[in-house]
Design a protein around this ligand. Structure first.
Ligand code: KG4
Ligand code: ZN
Length: 340
């Protein structure tokens, strides 16, 4: 251990995953995530249940993160926590815990924006991970977010496009629900799509100005399409599952790539870094890689465990803020609508 090493404990509890991580400078020593299976049977996140599960999980998750990192809590230099955006009841659990723990240890607090964290996860020091050069475009796509951000430096970020209604993950998950697939349905659509014909059916592409997105119409289009076809053939879904998934995924990929083409053109920036759970989608990954040859893009896809909600990404922002001495205090409150 070098004396200048900075150990940070990070806590993430914005939605339905309780996570704690320990970083030594920009390296991750542990990154523990407790998922909440309780929501599966409701087909979506139930905020009150999420908050209660965070309360149950937070102490064991932090304990495990410290143990895996093999450090004592007295070595910690600061505690980083997700201030927002997210669900109020969920954020409150992490925020309160972080404040209490920091006060007990007499160390500073670092209040972190969850959306910045999805982007700065690219700066975690990992052999397998290349760090993007500034400026770059970050596309954060998950069950709760869909944003394109121009990143000029660590803390100079401008949102240049975002969804005006549903997030991209909701388009996957809500369509999957209509098809009778389990929650969250994104990975099931992805898996089925690999076996289907992407041109079998046509779904409408939303017409949204500029770099913004809209996904609520797509879900409705899928609903009407299924209702109409099932009325004619009750086995329609079963007989066409792979083709429906492939066609739907093809439509979503088309929307994403179209917006990225526009964004690279209007900003003149061709470096694209993605994050969020939907960046696991194999079709989106393939389309981005193809974009390197087709459009001259340079794309960055972080290690999977840093794309979904996790505390390591909160920790890297905490470390960068620590270097700038940008500390928070006990008055900091959870902010469900915290903007970048
Ligand atoms: O980042 P995340 O774990 O949590 C938040 O929503 O913040 O993202 C979860 C979302 C869900 O909507 C899930 O269906 C989607 O990511 N997802 C996928 C895939 N894997 C996860 N969507 C499409 N294809 C996938 N392979
Ligand atoms: Zn997230």
């Amino acid at each position: 251990m070098k004396s200048e090493d900075i150990y940070i404990l990070a806590i993430e509890s914005s939605c339905d995953d309780t996570s704690a991580a320990v970083l030594c400078n920009d390296k991750v020593l542990s990154n523990v995530v407790a998922n909440q299976d309780i929501h599966t049977k409701y087909g979506g996140v139930v905020p009150e249940l999420a908050s209660r599960a965070h309360q149950q999980n937070i102490v064991p998750v932090v304990h495990q993160a410290l143990r895996q990192a093999n450090i004592d809590k007295k070595q910690l230099k600061a505690i980083a926590f997700t201030q927002g955006p997210g669900l109020m009841g969920s954020l409150l659990v992490g925020t309160s815990f972080a404040k209490g723990f920091a006060q007990g240890l007499q160390i500073p607090l670092l209040a972190i924006n969850h959306m910045q964290a999805h982007i700065l996860a690219h700066f975690i020091d990992e052999d397998s991970q290349e760090k993007p050069e500034f400026p770059f475009l970050a596309m954060t796509i998950s069950g709760g977010h869909t944003q394109i951000v121009q990143v000029n430096s660590y803390f100079d970020m401008i949102v240049i496009g975002e969804t005006i209604d549903d997030a991209i993950g909701e388009a996957f998950d809500k369509s999957a629900k209509i098809l009778g697939l389990p929650y969250p349905g994104g990975p099931f659509i992805d898996k089925n799509a690999a076996l289907g014909n992407p041109k079998a059916f046509q779904f409408p592409r939303p017409k949204v100005a500029d770099l913004n997105f809209s996904f609520s119409g797509l879900k409705t289009a899928v609903l009407y399409f299924i209702q109409k076809n099932v009325a004619e053939n009750p086995d329609f879904i079963k007989e066409n599952m792979n083709d429906i998934c492939a066609s739907l995924q093809y439509t979503i990929i088309g929307i994403v790539i179209d917006k990225l083409k526009k964004a690279t053109k209007s900003t003149g920036i061709n470096r694209i870094a993605i994050g969020g759970g939907v960046s696991a989608n194999s079709g989106i990954r393939k389309a981005l890689q193809e974009g390197e040859q087709k459009f001259g893009w340079k794309t960055y896809i972080p290690k999977f465990e840093y794309t979904t909600d996790n505390a390591a990404m909160i920790g890297i922002v905490g470390y960068l803020k620590y270097l700038e001495k940008d500390f928070s205090n006990v008055q900091a409150t959870a902010n469900p609508r915290f903007k970048i």
